[in-house]
Design a protein. Sequence first.
Length: 381
Amino acid sequence: MQEEKKLNGHAKPVRVWCDGCYDMVHFGHANSLRQAKALGDYLVVGIHTDEEISKHKGPPVFNEQERYKMVRAIKWVDEVVEGAPYVTSLETLDKHGCDFCVHGDDITMTADGVDTYHKVKTANRYREVQRTAGVSTTDLVGRMLLLTRNHFRQGQYEYSVDSGHSSSMGQDSSARSPWTGCSQFLPTTRKLIQFSDGRSPLPTDRVVYVAGAFDLFHVGHLDFLEKARELGDFLIVGLHTDPVVNRYKGSNYPIMNLHERVLSVLACRYVSEVVIGAPYSVTKDLMDHFKVHIVAHGSTPVAPDEDGRDPFLYPKEIGKFVTLDSGNSMTTEKIVERIIRNRLEYEARNVKKEKKEMDLINAMEAQKNNSCKGDVLKISA
C-alpha cells in the first residue's frame, strides 16, 4: 500500500474508486473492495442504476435501493455514489477526487461489447485486483435456478460418509455443499483472517449473540444485524452448519455453504465475530464461554431442535432473550422466489453474459495469435 501511495506521489490521502452492479452482494464483492481499500486510504464505490444494468447486462435480482444499502454496510467502504455511469470515465474519477479505479480481473462489457474500463486503462488510472474464485452473482443465480428442477430438489435425507456425502443430521459442512452441489469456493484460514476484525470484546463491552443460516446475505439480514448491534458493543453471529440448516429449511438449502456464509457475514460492518458451526440451541455453556449479555432473534418462526425443545429456552429462562423486529420482511426464500418467478429471463441473462465473454476471449486469443505469427514472419525475413 505504501508503495502505491509513493507511486502516486500523494501527500494527501489516496482516494480509490470502484464501481459495479453489486447485485446479490456476496463475499466476492467484499473481497474485491477489501483489496481495493488496501491500495489507498479512502474507498468510494459507485453503483449502477437498475435501468443501466438492465440495458447492458439484464435484470438485476435486487433493486438499486437494496444494493446501495448492502454496499454501504461492507466494512471497507467509506462512501457510496448512487447511479454511477456504466462506463468508467476520467471525469467520474475527477468529480469524486479519486486517484485511480480498481476492478477485479474478470471481464466487464457494455451491451455493445465494449470494455467498460477502456478509458481509465488508457490513461493509466486503472488497477486490477484478483477476483475471488468460486463465486459470482451469475453463479449464485445458477444455484437458485437448480431449485426449479424437481430432480435437484433433494430435501432432507441421510447420506453415508463412505459414499462421499454428508449425513443431513450430523456431518459437518464441506467446501462443496451436498445440497447445492456446485460451490467451487475453497476456504483458507488466511481468508478468514483477512475478513476478521481480530479484536476480542473488552471487559466493559456488552456482548450480543444471534444465530442462524444467514444464507444469501441480504438486506433483511442487514437490517436485523444493525438492530442487534444497537443492543450492545460487540456482536457475535453464530452460523449453523449446512446439515443443520437443511434440517430446518429442507429442499436444496443452504444455497451458500458454511464457509461462504461465514465470509459474507464477517464483511458486515455491524458484526464483531462469528462462531463457525454454532450449535442450534443456545446453551448455558455457550453463553458463559462468550460472556453473552443478551441473545436476540428476528420475528421469523423458529424451528424446534431435534429433541423438540425451543433452541432459545435457556436465554429465555434467565431473562436474556429479545425478539427484534427489523422492519424488513425480506427472506432468503423470497429472493429464490424472485429468481424462480423470472427464471427464463435470468437464464437468458446468464447465457447472454457467457456468450459475450467468450466472444471477447476468442477475439483476444485471435489477436494474440496473429501478433505471434507476425513476429515469426519478421524473424524469417
